[in-house]
Design a binder for this molecule. Structure first.
Ligand code: NAD
Length: 321
């Protein structure tokens, strides 16, 4: 962005990468944690950057009259007194979509590892077993030319679709009844009609997809969206990936589906109780064709830096008006 008219006084209440700090200093009179002067933000700041920091209603009461903006690292604003801030005309800006490629990369990683049984073979070799090529390798399948079914075609679903199409020339099926018009446009700009289909019926997606990946929020309408009935409709050779939220896939049903051979494998970054433990999900986690991660979809070092940069950019734009 081009320069803002004056250098506003901006405080960042969490530590950020030096490169982001240098960028912020080009535009702002900037004070950042761990500098002890960050404590003076309420008296001096025109804007503040927060990550998991709270802004309480009583903080809002003691803000200086020149305070204008809150830049939130990430999406959730539940720790921020948004109503009290907006009553004072203060805008809160978050950074949706910034972590999309990180989550999509994890969904792709889980898909590739499951397709070639990588983690399970690695575990067997580590345990001292001699695994022959014929036994270990020949069960795997490739993603090239396979069909990806996306439950949710928003920011993360789109990034994953782009990766599958770009890498594997996959056909992409999207089930998302409320897909935003701007996303519909993005999808049709990305994919030829031969490789893209939107379906109104989840069953069509489940029946046709080799990889089913979930990218919807947890809502009343998505709770237990994938249960026994749906899992039975999937291809026996297919894999299910959930990097969205626990509770969308019923874990008991998933274990049954793997045991009965209704599907081939599952990659799970989101459990109904987190972090995932043997105590809560022993049988599922132990299953040879399950890969588990503890909600690390957005937890890459790059995301932390890129998100902080996005907060700074939002603030620069906001001050430019
Ligand atoms: P997004 O808002 O861009 O996209 C979500 C899509 O889901 C929207 O297009 C919406 O229309 C669609 N949708 C809502 N209800 C639906 C339903 N009942 N059936 C089908 N589609 C429905 O969000 P996003 O950035 O793509 O994130 C998707 C989800 O991923 C988030 O809601 C969050 O739960 C999860 N997430 C996980 C991690 C992680 O660390 N694993 C990180 C970020 C987000």
């Amino acid at each position: 962005p081009s320069a803002v008219p004056h250098k506003p006084r901006v405080f960042c209440l969490y530590p950020i990468d030096d490169s982001v700090k240098e960028y912020a200093e080009r535009y702002f009179d900037f004070t950042c944690e761990p500098d002890p002067r960050v404590n003076q933000w309420k008296e001096q700041a025109e804007a503040v950057m927060v990550r998991s920091n709270k802004i309480t209603p009583s903080d809002v009461k003691s803000l200086n009259p020149g305070f204008k903006f809150v830049g939130k690292h990430g999406v959730g604003v539940d720790a921020i007194a948004v109503r009290e801030l907006s009553e004072k005309g203060i805008r809160v800006m978050n950074t949706p979509g910034v972590n999309a490629s990180a989550v999509a990369e994890l969904a792709l990683t889980l898909s590739l590892c499951l397709a070639r049984d990588v983690a399970s073979i690695d575990r067997r070799i580590r345990s001292g077993e001699v695994v022959s090529k014929a036994e270990g390798g020949l069960k795997g399948f490739q993603l090239s030319g396979k069909t990806l079914g996306l439950i949710g075609g928003g920011n993360i679903g789109y990034q994953l679709g782009k990766m599958f199409y770009g890498s594997f020339e996959s056909k992409i099926i999207v089930y998302d009844p409320h897909l935003h018009p701007s996303m519909i446009q993005k999808w049709s700009d990305l994919l030829p009609s031969s490789h893209f289909k939107r379906v109104d019926n989840l069953d069509d997606l489940l029946k046709e997809s080799d990889v089913v990946s979930i990218h919807v929020p947890l809502l009343d309408s998505t709770k237990d969206l994938i249960n026994e009935e749906q899992l039975k409709k999937m291809k026996k050779s297919s894999i299910l990936i959930n990097t969205a939220r626990g509770g969308i896939v019923n874990e008991d049903a998933l274990f049954k589906a793997l045991e009965k051979g209704w599907i081939t494998g599952a990659g799970i970054d989101a459990f109904s109780i987190e972090p995932p433990s043997k105590e809560n999900f022993g049988k599922l986690i132990d299953h040879p064709r399950v890969l588990s991660t503890p909600h690390i979809g957005a937890a890459s070092l790059d995301v932390i830096r890129i998100t902080a940069l996005a907060v700074v950019e939002h603030l620069v734009e906001a001050f430019r008006g």
